[in-house]
Design a protein around this ligand. Structure first.
Ligand SMILES: CSC[C@@H](O)[C@@H](O)C(=O)COP(=O)(O)O
Ligand SMILES: [Zn+2]
Length: 240
């Protein structure tokens, strides 16, 4: 009998394309390596205790395809293989041509993050190229203190999330926690204000009693938005 993995050279072919979106094995592996490194950074900050937190990068837009971290793993110990390709609902995308070939090698037998659906919604609605979710303390505390949104103004670091240091009122939106990502996604869409000629978007969302999502055009910008927002929230709490 033919060994299905041995019979599927695409499993080890970095140029293999998963579906009609142009997402290749090598691009998924590269995304996995980048997300693992970024995840280790935030785990080191104590922002991803246990298996908390998840990250994604957008690999294709039409149809939407995201590389998202696998569920239930220690986010300080991820490898490039701990990554799953998902669609616009956060559902696992498999490869119709040879699904059995994409298991151990790429970790595609893993389940996508339980929160992949919200990542996909943020990628679609805000056009994010990368989304990071952590359970950082100031975000959770600020969500408790200001359940209708955290108002920030006259802080130098607002410039780092696309706003003015002075004379602008910036609101970090807060939504209630929910285990259904469709509900969280709808709540995100309700509070999200896209950029206009007069005001930039706010690239962060607090989920009350849970954590924070931040995003950007790419992974590095998402990291900057996350770190700056958490620092701004620390200042807001310390000066109230
Ligand atoms: C360890 S509790 C945190 C989880 O329930 C969840 O909120 C989380 O952030 C991680 O979920 P995951 O499915 O591993 O991506
Ligand atoms: Zn979480």
């Amino acid at each position: 009998m033919t060994d299905p993995v041995a019979a599927a050279p695409s499993a080890v072919d970095a140029g293999h394309v998963f579906d009609d979106t142009g997402v290749s094995v090598s691009s998924l592996r590269d995304a996995g390596a980048a997300l693992a490194a970024e995840s280790a950074r935030f785990a080191g900050f104590g922002w991803m205790p246990g298996t908390a937190g998840n990250l994604s990068v957008t690999l294709a837009r039409d149809p939407l395809r995201l590389a998202v971290t696998a569920s239930g793993l220690d986010k300080g110990e991820l490898t490039a293989a701990d990554i799953v390709l998902v669609d616009d609902r956060g559902e696992w995308v498999t490869d119709a041509a040879s699904p059995e070939a994409f298991t151990a090698d790429l970790g595609l037998a893993s389940k996508p993050s339980a929160e992949a659906g919200l990542h996909a919604r943020i990628a679609r609605v805000a056009g994010a190229g990368a989304v990071i979710h952590v359970h950082a303390l100031a975000a959770v505390r600020a969500g408790h203190a200001w359940p209708d949104g955290v108002v920030l103004h006259d802080l130098e670091m607002l410039k780092g999330i696309g706003h003015s240091a002075h004379g602008e009122r910036v609101v970090i939106p807060v939504v209630q926690n929910h285990q259904d990502m469709r509900v969280l996604g709808d709540d995100f869409e309700r509070v999200y204000q896209p950029s206009t000629p007069d005001a930039a978007e706010v690239p962060a969302l607090i989920v009350a009693s849970h954590g924070i999502y931040a995003w950007g055009a790419d992974l590095r910008q998402a990291r900057w938005h996350l770190e700056l927002t958490e620092a701004l929230l620390q200042i807001a709490l310390a000066t109230r």
